[in-house]
Design a protein around this ligand. Sequence first.
Ligand code: PLP
Length: 431
Amino acid sequence: MIQAEISNELFKRAQNSIPGGVNSPVRAFRAVGGNPRFMVSANGPYLFDEDGNRFLDLINSWGPMILGHASEVVQEAVQKAIPYSLSFGAPTRKEVEIAELIVSMVPSIEKVRMVNSGTEATMSAIRVARGYTGRDKIIKFEGCYHGHGDSFLISAGSGAITLGVPDSPGVTKGTANDTLTAPYNNLDAVKMLADANKGQVAAIIIEPVAGNMGLVTPRQGFLQGLRNLCDQEGIVLIFDEVMTGFRLAPGGAQELYGVTPDMSTLGKIIGGGMPVGAYGGRKEIMDFVAPAGPVYQAGTLSGNPIAMSAGMAMLTYLKEHPETYTQLDSITASMVAGMQQNMQQLGLNYTINRVGSMFSIFFTQEQVTGFDAAKTSDTALFGRYFNSMLQRGIYLAPSQYEALFVSTAITEDLVEQYVQANLEALQEAHQ
Ligand code: PLP
């Protein structure tokens, strides 16, 4: 057994002063049992906790650390920026440069506004879409998570599922009424919703590859079908690329699948580990944002110079090193191939979904193409598997309904360790 005394003690203390002991629900390990580990440091592929344990990290801060932890690329940029002051609340050259860089990388973005989180990005994007179209309703997909904005906590994925609150108390009926939901990958259902609410739908917002019900990929033609529908109905198509942006390709899922939305939301990698988000899109739409236009959106720390330096360094690296994506794809493919071999050896037949460096194992034999299928996964078995992996020094997302993120710090020999741990954990979880 690995040590956990100090983490357990801290968790006990934390519960007196922090709701549930954590600052974001999934971190509490409620979906998998056991107590969370309190981290002290991280380097390359590893996390180190208060009890001196080392874990191979497959979460990577829920996506941002695509180059592994404490990457020199990002850290040097941050260190260089610090002496110039931590915040100005006035425009800087860096904001111009990062905006130009984002515009050059993400196909749908002609203008971009920086914010402080993915949640802010999605909340602002739908406000702009509403202002632009003069319509109120939005369509989202079951099991997709777009942050904790009120409008999105309807059939929401991620922590909202595991805590049993996909429809959170505190969201008013009025707000909920303006959010329509459709099953992921079901174009006919979306068409019916758009038809039944003709002229009232401002935006369709989607994770182009869903990562918040476990990883679910878009069916062939699904994203293009949404694009066509939005063109016909004057609806703003928003790709929420907070997870997939700069992860699946330099230009995100929209580049990978060749479908260009009207607006995109970004987060995670764009800040290189600092709290950053962004939303952008066609000029005509983005010029509705204040002060160019009437839709208000602002932020004391938006465009923060330290965060911009981190983001700039990260994005520049990714733009200049497109081979990063082939490397990540091939490492992740070996991990998944190893898992598949393990299952064959053990006579198991679970579903693994993968795109590039994101993947999930679902403890179900159903093909997982949407939320209903994802929910057939045996979550108790997932909990046992998670804890067996943790005991073997592998840190997975503590919920069935999350994707795993691979970083470039994971090398072939670490893949072997991971695959061996996976074999043993699968066996143990079935005992
Ligand atoms: N959108 C997607 C697709 C996400 O995965 C997340 C967070 O995981 C968000 C939005 C919210 O981002 P943040 O947690 O930075 O507010």
